[in-house]
Design a protein around this ligand. Sequence first.
Ligand code: GLC
Length: 608
Amino acid sequence: PELKSPLANHESEQKIQQLLSAMTIEQKVAQLIQPDIRWMTVEDMRQYGFGSYLNGGGAYPKDNKKSTAADWVALAQAYYDAGVDSSKDGSSIPPIWGTDAVHGHNNVFGATVFPHNIGLGAANNTELVEAIGKATAVEVAATGINWIFAPTVAVARDDRWGRSYESYSEDPTIVKELGAALVKGIQGNVGSDFMHNGRLIATAKHYLGDGGTENGKDQGNNLNTEADLVRLHAQGYISSLNAGVQTVMATFNSWHGEKIHGSHYLLTTVLKERMGFDGLVVGDWNGHGQIPGCTNNNCAAAVNAGVDILMAPEDWKLLYQNTLAQAKAGEISAARLDDAVSRILRVKIRAGLFERGNPAQSELAGKSELIGHADHQAIAAQAVRESLVMLKNNNQLLPLAPQQKVLVTGDGADNIGKQSGGWTLTWQGTGNTNADFPNGRSIYSGIQQQVEAAQGYVELSVDGSYQQKPDVAIVVIGENPYAEFDGDIRTLDYQAGKNTDLELLKKLKADGIPVVTVFLTGRPLWVNPELNQSDAFVAAWLPGTAGQAVADVLFKTQAGEIQYDFKGKLPFSWPKNADQSPLNQGDSNYDPLFTLGYGLTYQDNTTI
Ligand code: GLC
């Protein structure tokens, strides 16, 4: 489709030409290299003047997980000053900092962690997602950072993929709407608050077809026809570009065997020329190094294909030297180098770097009260409530009266790290304790509050044990956190081979206790045994720090009124067998246990 940027203007283009004409080739090449803060010192920044840098998942100032907003801002200020200082013999090009704030500012201690995209797909509420984008950008701006590597607009088509939870849905229409909503929330609206006063730079990722690889293998090979690539996987880019997204991240995967970091056709001909994208393309983590003939520190091919910034966390020094040599030798043409730098400058101009200046001194920078702000937590609670999908409710067990004896059990009951999933404080989301989430609330904490307020009795255990026999048990179980390829699986069978959770459910059923299972998961899984041992079963996805909001839906008031009914509908088809993958609506042999869009409410009187 022909798309022309709604943002192009002559004033910016003239400024770009002015800046270019004053830049040395060393400065131009430095704009193309993006180190990670763990491997680049402030003095390195002063020496080289890189155009941008990132903190990968689990990277914090001074490697301190509990860094404050002031710590983040101080580091952003130091890199900014060093970057500007490096330009002593040419025009001063300030650097920008990119971060994976993919479900809130999830690397930051105390931040609001929203439900992962799969839960937002179940809620399917564009206004809510836009509010999440805006709240996330405010918390990111408070730390002096101005570039967010989100939204992921992947359309996950095989749930064995370790990044399924980063996808809103198997349905490109849902992805198209919600991806654009997040872009608007992060960047603001053209002509009003676009990319300033708490609005930042967004990234549509990972272009193109990351959710469509064979067997759901992360970074694998996508064999879609071009028509299906457009129909299924490009919709989120069309809508994000129309929403004014300024950056696109290239994907690790291949398309018909060609690594997309090296695909001139997809990156330049399709995205930049045919779709008219005039922002910048950033490569993924050493993704350039996967191109045949390239290494992490030597890859003209990626630049020539259309990658404008090479994400080179560790090997940036040699990569800079090699890329400079290639630019001087003409292996990277002067025109291509200027095109890449122009795109980077265009985004920086639009983000106000040359007029409003340093993100570390923005209106919001340093305002620690914005981190985990109550208003953001209220949005997170709404998102949790609307994301829950009720798959089973025999004998209308739910909603529960609070004035009774309730056992809350399972290893997810009081575990904010488990309920938040990957990309939370650490890359894999592992190693976190409840104390790492000062503004977080576990699922148990919400249940406890509501039952005790009604003079009910509530107990917590991990293994199904109890002191007083309960009237009902709420069992919170599910996947442990993971990210990317570490989450790839070969079978959809939950806890394949070692099903300790099923034993827990069976024990409670044997004791004659009604069971509500709350399932924490990054994707649909084959859980027929667990479903059969449950009287009610709720898919809670990965709700994040507002776990207390689950109780708002599970419990009615003491007077017996429903507080919040279920709204969530399945954004992914749910399998009938453990080997049913890929499983998507529209398949010729489509035969799920629960279809895309399924979800019970309290009005349904369904027994399964
Ligand atoms: C990772 C992910 C990408 C992320 C980048 C920076 O490998 O693929 O989503 O933005 O590296 O952390």
